[in-house]
Design a protein. Structure first.
Length: 164
């Protein structure tokens, strides 16, 4: 048996987030231009501020790309966010192939709530696998639950059925 869970379209939120990110990126680029042309700032501090600002711009561009790719893949192309089978759970991954995890490797699913979104991720029986992530709190097997076509409770109940 296979159950596919999709993400509902949320174009207003996506447009809002994209607009905010683009405005911030444009503002930071303008700040970079001001820093480059500033005669009143000592050279070392100007370079340091320029580098810090540029890193912030690249981080924001990466975030913009990541959120846009996720929306495109899940809402426009219609790829499933989660696929539950009798033997495995497949989780969408914007960096490449989907993450496929056998049920017997998972101990429990951990839910996390922040002001921006709700997520859950599997905690593995092998503790070493729990540490694999791209950067702080961005795990390869993270499931964003905000816009799924089922509720958080239904999703976690479905996971528990396969774990016990």
């Amino acid at each position: 048996m296979e159950k596919k869970i999709y993400e509902k379209k949320h174009p207003k939120m996506m447009l809002f987030m994209a607009s905010v990110l683009l405005v911030l990126i444009i503002a930071l680029v303008a700040l970079d231009v001001i820093i480059i042309n500033a005669d009143y700032m000592p050279g070392f501090w100007g370079i340091l501020l320029f580098i810090a600002n540029s890193l912030t711009i690249f981080t924001m561009l990466f975030t913009f790309w990541l959120r846009t790719k996720r929306y495109h893949d899940l809402c426009i192309k219609g790829k499933p966010a989660v696929v539950i089978t009798d033997n495995t759970v497949e989780i969408y991954n914007p960096f490449g192939e989907k993450t496929v995890i056998p049920w017997d490797e998972i101990e429990v699913f951990e839910a996390f709530h922040s002001w921006d979104w709700s997520t859950c991720r599997p905690l593995y029986k092998d503790g070493q696998k729990n540490k694999h992530r791209y950067f702080k709190k961005a795990y390869i097997d993270l499931i964003r639950m905000n816009y799924l076509d089922i509720s958080e409770k239904e999703l976690l109940d479905e996971f528990r059925k396969h774990l016990y």
